[in-house]
Design a protein around this ligand. Structure first.
Ligand SMILES: [Zn+2]
Length: 357
């Protein structure tokens, strides 16, 4: 039975678009216009997002811990984080507001380190009243307070945010990750200076560097009976299963990567491969390309896990899968992941009640 009819709706309304920056006008022309951007960044239309590793400053009074956007004067008056203004990246505009991000990672890490050294644990936000009442699932509780601000995990909280909020946060994290890991020129070793409001870097000798994205493929592979191939990674907690994924190698097409990764990890030969959708995944710097694939005609469906990365793998019918979920033998990936979208699309139903990570 064909159950893919709702994928268009899911792409339009859910996480595919949620993390795809659909509502953000990136304003490429402003990145190089120092005069115009200089006026905008101090204007009442400017908003600043503080990013530390994979967390952003969030509004602790918001039921979904929405990202907290500060005005220029609020940042300037913040004695702890003010210094990050000088290296703010320009994210673009939504409606009539212009958004910037500040890399506060070093400051927050130092605060955490100092607190740990002093033997003080981060003050956790209490559960009461701060969790969405509209869902039976509780949000991940890893929200911490540092420097007088609440910081929340993008991966765990973004599914509850608006597409623009999630998109801005993902864009900000991607830029932070880029420049935190590209401090020196790969060609000559000189220091890299970030330019154009975060959108390129250059060394003294003029070697240019642009924010980099690593392509990864993630694929829902089904057999002739429409059973889905699910795999358990040896590093994961017991019962955690997902669809197979892997990086696209140099000089390889995504379609070839789908077939290669599935064969390497499970010894299953994939024939037809079709594109399903994509998702920025800046943890640290991937773009996930989602595919659906069918077992090659006449090929064996005997699954042999590689025993290194994948320690268990099997084809599941929908009935087997739902029973395994109900009995808690199998857990599905987090709602912010394209893996979840591919699996729930195949299952033909909302699986959020079975999410554990
Ligand atoms: Zn160089």
């Amino acid at each position: 039975m064909e159950k893919h009819s709702n994928i268009g709706e899911m792409i339009g309304n859910s996480l595919f678009s949620l993390l795809a920056n659909v509502d953000i006008r990136r304003g490429e022309e402003l990145r190089t216009d120092a005069e115009a951007l200089g006026k905008i960044c101090v204007s009442p239309q400017a908003r600043y997002l503080f990013v530390s590793d994979y967390t952003v400053a969030v509004d602790e009074k918001s039921p979904v811990f929405s990202p907290r956007f500060f005005t220029y004067s609020e940042v300037e008056q913040n004695g702890i984080f003010r210094e990050t203004l000088g290296n703010a990246n320009y994210l673009g505009s939504v409606d009539d507001l212009h958004y910037f991000s500040c890399d506060t990672t070093t400051i927050v890490r130092n605060l955490r380190e100092k607190a740990l050294l002093a033997g003080i644990e981060a003050k956790k936000l209490s559960d009461g009243g701060c969790r969405p009442k509209t869902r039976d699932r509780v949000l991940h509780p890893d929200t911490e307070i540092w420097g007088g601000l609440a910081w929340g995990s993008i991966r765990n909280l973004a599914p509850e945010w608006t597409p623009a909020e999630a998109g801005l946060a993902v864009e900000a994290v991607a830029l932070n990750n880029m420049w935190r890991s590209a401090r020196f020129c790969a060609e000559c070793g000189a220091k890299i200076e970030v330019q154009n409001s975060g959108w390129n870097g250059a060394c003294q000798r003029g070697h240019l560097l642009f924010p980099r994205t690593d392509l990864a493929v993630i694929m829902a592979i089904t057999d002739d009976d429409d059973r889905l191939l699910l795999a358990h990674n040896g590093n994961w907690e017991q019962g955690r299963y997902s669809v197979v994924a892997g990086f696209v190698e140099a000089g390889e097409t995504p379609e070839a990567a789908v077939r290669r990764e599935v064969f390497e990890e499970t010894q299953i030969r994939v024939g037809e491969v079709t594109y399903a959708g994509s998702q920025p995944w800046p943890f640290p710097k991937s773009l996930m390309l989602g595919y659906r694939g069918r077992v090659a005609q006449g090929a064996s469906t005997r699954v042999i896990p590689d025993g290194v990365e994948i320690t268990e793998a099997a084809f599941f019918s929908r009935e087997e899968f739902m029973v395994a979920l109900e009995e808690r033998r199998v857990m599905v990936p987090g709602r912010s992941s394209i893996a979840y979208m591919l699996i729930s699309d195949w299952a033909g139903e909302d699986l959020t009640r079975f999410i554990s990570w």
